[in-house]
Write a protein that binds this ligand. Structure first.
Ligand code: NAD
Length: 480
């Protein structure tokens, strides 16, 4: 198990900046507790320099033809693909997920960039017939300006790639605030853009004290667009800051995904899919399946199989062969997950598997299954963001739809059933931004990614993801 040395730096105004007197943050391997290095944190002067550089770069970048922007972006994606093994190893070291998952994520990040590189060429406006033949009315789509993107630690390749690629494709510059806890992945993504030849100031990377950085960037008149992925609590704060400045914000926040398992499916097959999805990235996924509503006729069988699947998950360092689930990404999550489990036990829910941390070094928590979880348990309302599956029986379709919709969240939902009529009814009735029917695969660059209710607003991905970085301008010409 060989390790990689991260290159922990800021990237401001085309320059890589190291510690050089700056405050620092220790980056920790969550599987070993070992320090991976010291990350420099941006000072207020660094942030001002980044803002000036972005402001200076924008006119040139917006004037660069979309075809040329796309060419540079594809080159960046190509570099990421060439370096996939190193980037994935860095990701696993700092975030904990198994290498196989990290490789999928890095490939996916390149895929997002490639897709947006092409979509930038389709920033179509439209020509609208006027009230008189002498009038031509044109609706133009233009880049909004400099964007500030805030990315969390759980997907340190995908989230930066989504924010950078949509900004650049639209003709915007982007200042990315990447996660301090998993920074090396973002450094490598940004390096690919820099080495691909993206001009100085178009892509910049900062780390720092998150509230201070967000206040500074969102408060600056240079920034005209904000994109945040993270918790609903922080999203509220950033939305308030953005509202004061009348700046649009795309918010991809927390979720609490229900899974509706009807009695017309093969429980063995569905459990295998559910367990794989639940324990992916140790459950630290905003679209992680959480509340498993299972039809009462197959409930006992489903529960027993889920417990067996959880017990079979191999825990270990993500760089070790055979590891199916790594540690939780930080000690905050370890404490929060233990606390959630204690509350579930007090609530009367029945523990079927896991429920405890692994003794010894690293933030390992056993894959956990609870059945018969009462609505009063905190985990039924608050996002567990950890490897905890909650099983609840149900009897009929209307009842389970109402229970699925009962929370203020609406990011992802899933259903397993062979009934085509039910597919349509669920597609209409479930309050969610994304719905997977007989699948957990909902995350391509060509499709929308985002939630409803307190899970946020706006989309990343698809043409909607590009539009989020555009403004609309009407031009009316008269030949009279
Ligand atoms: P947190 O709410 O403290 O932070 C979440 C993310 O936001 C982190 O990356 C953090 O650096 C960043 N952040 C915090 N304050 C910020 C600010 N004022 N400005 C800009 N960024 C800020 O929680 P945490 O302990 O890091 O993570 C746990 C919770 O966060 C989970 O329960 C989950 O709900 C949520 N989360 C969601 C996602 C997602 O993909 N939607 C990702 C990571 C975390």
């Amino acid at each position: 198990m060989s390790s990689e040395s991260p290159d922990l730096k800021l990237f401001i105004d085309g320059e890589w900046l190291g510690v050089q007197g700056r405050a620092t943050h220790s980056v920790i391997d969550p599987a070993t507790g070992r320090s991976l290095g010291e990350l420099p944190l941006a000072s207020a002067q660094d942030l001002d320099r980044a803002l000036e550089s972005a402001a200076a770069a924008w006119p040139g970048w917006r004037a660069t033809p979309a075809v040329e922007r796309g060419r540079l972006m594809r080159r960046a994606a190509g570099l990421i693909r060439e370096r996939r093994e190193r980037i994935a190893r860095l990701l696993t070291q700092e975030e904990g997920k198994p290498l196989a998952e990290a490789l999928v994520e890095v490939d996916g990040a390149a895929g997002h960039i490639e897709w947006m590189a092409e979509e930038g060429r389709r920033a179509y406006g439209r020509v609208v017939p006027g009230a008189s033949s002498q009038l031509r009315q044109t609706i133009l789509k233009q880049p909004i300006g400099v964007a500030a993107g805030f990315a969390p630690w759980n997907f340190p390749a995908t989230t930066p790639a989504r924010k950078l690629s949509a900004s650049l494709a639209a003709g915007c510059c982007c200042i990315l605030k990447a996660p301090e806890e998993a920074p090396a992945t973002a450094v490598e993504i940004v390096r690919a853009f820099a080495e691909a030849g993206v001009p100085r100031g178009v892509v910049q990377l900062v780390f720092g004290d998150p509230p201070a950085v967000s206040r500074h960037l969102i408060g600056s008149p240079v920034v005209r667009k904000v994109s945040f992925t993270g918790s609903t609590a922080v999203g509220r704060q950033l939305a308030t800051l953005a509202a004061q400045e009348v700046k649009p914000i795309t918010m991809e926040l927390g979720g609490h995904a229900p899974v509706l398992v009807f009695d017309d499916v093969d429980p063995g097959q569905v459990v295998a899919l559910c367990a794989a999805a639940k324990y992916r990235n140790a459950g630290q996924v905003c679209v992680s399946p959480t509340r498993f509503f299972v039809h009462e006729r197959i409930y006992d069988d489903f529960a027993a199989r889920f417990a067996a699947a959880a017990n079979a998950v191999q825990l270990g360092h993500g760089l070790e062969n055979g590891t199916a689930m790594g540690p939780l990404a930080n000690t905050r999550r370890l404490a929060a997950v233990a606390d959630t489990v204690a509350d579930l036990q007090r609530s009367g829910a029945r523990l079927l598997a896991g429920g405890e941390r692994l003794e010894g070094i690293g933030n390992f928590f056993r894959p956990t299954v609870f059945r018969d979880v009462p609505p009063e348990a905190r985990a039924m309302r608050e996002e567990p963001f950890g490897p905890i599956a909650l099983l609840i029986p149900f009897r009929d379709e209307d009842e389970v739809i109402a229970r699925a919709n009962a929370l203020p969240y609406g990011l992802a939902a899933y259903a397993f059933t062979r009934d085509a009529g039910r597919h349509i009814r669920l597609s209409e009735a479930l309050e969610t931004g994304m719905l997977g029917i007989n699948t957990f695969t909902i995350n391509g660059p060509e499709t929308t990614w985002g939630g409803v209710k307190e899970s946020g607003y706006g989309s990343e991905g698809a043409s909607e993801g590009l539009e989020a970085y555009q403004v609309t301008k009407l031009v009316v010409q008269s030949s009279a």
